[in-house]
Design a protein around this ligand. Structure first.
Ligand SMILES: C[S@@+](CC[C@H](N)C(=O)[O-])C[C@H]1O[C@@H](n2cnc3c(N)ncnc32)[C@H](O)[C@@H]1O
Length: 239
């Protein structure tokens, strides 16, 4: 039968088909561990550390989405969380598992797309550092729904993503609106979000606990922080 759109999934598949495969991009990305990519260092996000130190995030079960080589999942495990962490890249997950073994940390790292996950009210914390801004606009619909389903009532969603206006120091050079992405058939390396847009995307299911720029951290400091990312924390609304 010819290609037919019957379900919302068919529609998503049609929209995906115009873009490069995320797996093909991310798989080789982690092959050379010596590249000077800031998030290759095994340091947790400064905002995550701040929220743990403040007692706002106080343990339980955590889910990390697009965990890369695992720096935040490893940190949460050291803080007593039981962590499940997923990434599309086999290479990144292999690296994360090596890091966990070196420290004798028990983390569930697995190579899976976030779109294969179907968690049900299991997690106290869902964390995403830099995954959402690499998802196509239509992919946010099932993604945000999955995060909402994953959290227990009152659970937290921590997320960092590109802020607009930092093209000269590492952020996206232009701010694309969602329609442009489909017109150009490209996200040009990642999408920047205005505060208004992020709040609009998340307001139905989440109340905002904190919305600020990530603090810039120096090389010698124990945390990761770059000023071109938003550092945000949300709490699942009671339904
Ligand atoms: C900018 S990197 C951030 C990695 C890690 N969170 C960190 O900050 O160190 C984005 C990550 O999202 C992952 N990713 C992108 N799309 C994904 C998907 N559909 N499912 C799982 N992981 C995905 C990529 O493989 C990549 O490792």
């Amino acid at each position: 039968m010819e290609k037919t759109i019957k379900s919302v999934q068919d529609l998503y598949d049609m929209l995906d088909a115009d873009f490069r495969s995320a797996k093909q991009f991310w798989e080789p990305f982690y092959e050379d561990r010596n590249r000077t990519i800031p998030f290759f260092l095994n340091k947790p996000d400064e905002n995550l550390v701040e929220h743990v130190n403040a007692g706002l995030l106080s343990g339980g079960k955590a889910l990390e989405l697009g965990c890369g080589p695992g720096r935040n999942a490893l940190y949460l495990t050291r803080q007593g969380y039981q962590v499940d962490a997923y990434d599309l890249s086999e290479t990144a997950i292999a690296w994360a598992k090596e890091r966990a073994a070196e420290e004798q940390l028990d983390v569930h790292f697995e190579c899976r797309s976030v779109f294969e996950l179907t968690p049900e009210q299991e997690y106290d914390l869902v964390y995403d550092s830099g995954c959402l801004h690499h998802l196509l606009p239509h992919q946010r619909i099932p993604y945000i729904e999955m995060i909402h389903n994953a959290l227990r009532p009152g659970g937290y969603f921590g997320m960092t993503c590109f802020a607009p206006g930092f093209g000269d120091i590492g952020g996206p050079e232009i701010v694309m609106n969602d329609w442009q992405v489909y017109q150009e058939k490209s996200m040009r390396g990642g999408l920047a979000f205005t505060e208004e847009k992020l709040r609009y995307m998340l307001e139905d299911g989440f109340e905002c606990v904190e919305f600020r720029a990530m603090k810039a951290m120096e090389q010698h400091e124990p945390c990761f922080g770059v000023p071109f990312l938003w550092a945000t924390l949300w709490r699942k609304k009671d339904s």
